[in-house]
Design a protein around this ligand. Structure first.
Ligand code: AKG
Ligand code: FE2
Length: 370
């Protein structure tokens, strides 16, 4: 754990408890998707809440189909460039990417790095029911946060095992006082065995981003002692596994610590996180990418500008940031490293190809940080 706070530009020591524990005024009209009052209270009291059966199978099927097409596209690219000898067409969505990744390790990363929102993803991100629930958490002026993620977790692929962290540790310090409400959607059942999410109850109460270290693969790490020391949580009673049925959504915020453990089954765990914030609050992504307005009570006919959102590819932006705009920021489709500005907010205590790529892009040698 990083003990020397001064060395961590990401640590401010300032907390915003009220931002993360205060329920906004609730809508006065009933709308589809609204979650029970007790769930809204739970979100602000313990820092997360699971809403079972939020989406029906019919609502999720187009999104899953969209993923199937993306995976097919990746399979074809790997095949036509001679990286794989089999297309694994006979396998379904819970297995095909794993088969591909086992033959060419990097296939899963290619999917994760496909930053584009397909029409089906846009529909899910801007889904009326979801926005009605989000309104209960952040109020009626809703924007999409710059960052969303595909979350396949593959057995044996450590790049999909996410250590303890607070999401804000990845964002810039200007956004520490902004509530970002995340909706993590389960496409299939998540279980303890396949690596469901795990949360630290009450870890949001101080509203503070605490010391992280860099990096496990490209992920920041938050150690248990740091959570105990600064957030006053108790691992014995506050760590909570959150298995979810397909179609369920877990809502959480950007300061609640969470992680997901390795998948010990032989099928992929699948989810997607969609993030929302109040319009006008800092986007939090180092000026590299902005969000878009999804809902504005003063503009009932507003159509979200998804093209503007999608035109800012975060992975290209992250590359540009690293090479300080000296290059064209083009990302090779087979480059399976991920790196970004969060790597310089925290001490580098562990190296990986991702961290070393970051240092190389920044013109620093890996050894210099040791
Ligand atoms: O899906 C996972 O395993 C991690 C998800 C996560 O950290 C997030 O959505 O913020
Ligand atoms: Fe997270």
């Amino acid at each position: 754990m990083a003990d020397n706070e001064v060395k961590n530009p990401g640590f401010t020591g300032i907390g915003y408890p009220e931002v993360f524990t205060t329920k906004p005024p609730q809508p006065t009209t009933k709308k589809a998707g609204q979650i029970p009052d007790a769930k809204v209270d739970e979100y602000f009291e313990q820092g997360f809440t699971i809403v079972e059966d939020f989406f029906s199978n019919e609502e999720l099927e187009p999104v899953r189909d969209s993923y199937k097409q993306l995976i097919d596209g990746i399979a074809n690219r790997l095949y036509e460039t001679g990286r794989i000898k089999n297309l694994y067409k006979e396998y379904d969505m819970k297995e095909r990417l794993l088969k591909l990744d086992n033959e060419w390790s990097g296939a899963a990363m290619m999917l994760i790095k496909l930053g584009k929102l397909t029409p089906e993803f846009r529909n899910l991100y801007g889904n009326e029911k979801l926005l009605n629930a989000i309104e209960q958490l952040i109020g009626p002026n809703i924007s999409a946060h710059p960052i969303w993620n595909t979350r396949p977790k593959l057995p044996g692929v450590t790049e999909t095992d996410v250590p303890w962290h607070q999401d804000s540790a990845y964002f810039d310090n200007d956004s520490y006082s902004t509530l970002v409400a995340t909706a993590w959607v389960a496409f299939y059942d998540t279980t303890v065995e396949n690596g469901c999410l795990e949360f630290v109850k009450n870890g949001h109460k101080k509203g503070m981003v605490i010391n992280h270290d860099c990096c496990d693969n490209f992920y920041l790490m938050l150690f248990e002692e740091e959570m105990v020391k600064r957030l006053g949580v108790d691992p014995k009673t506050d760590f909570q596994m959150c298995p979810m049925k397909a179609g369920s959504v877990i809502f959480f915020s950007n300061v609640i610590p969470h992680r997901s453990n390795p998948n010990t089954t032989d099928k992929i765990r699948w989810g997607m996180d969609l993030r929302y914030q109040k319009t006008g609050t800092p986007w939090g992504f180092y000026g590299m990418k902005s969000g878009i307005v999804l809902r504005d009570p003063d503009q009932p006919d507003l159509v979200p500008d998804w093209d503007a959102y999608d035109s800012q590819d975060r992975y290209v932006k992250q590359k540009e940031y690293e090479i300080e705009k000296t290059g064209d920021g083009k990302v090779d489709e087979f480059d399976t490293t991920i790196s970004g500005p969060w790597m310089e907010k925290w001490q580098i205590v562990r190296h990986s190809v991702h961290v070393d790529q970051f240092l190389k892009d920044k013109g620093k040698k890996a050894q210099e940080s040791n």
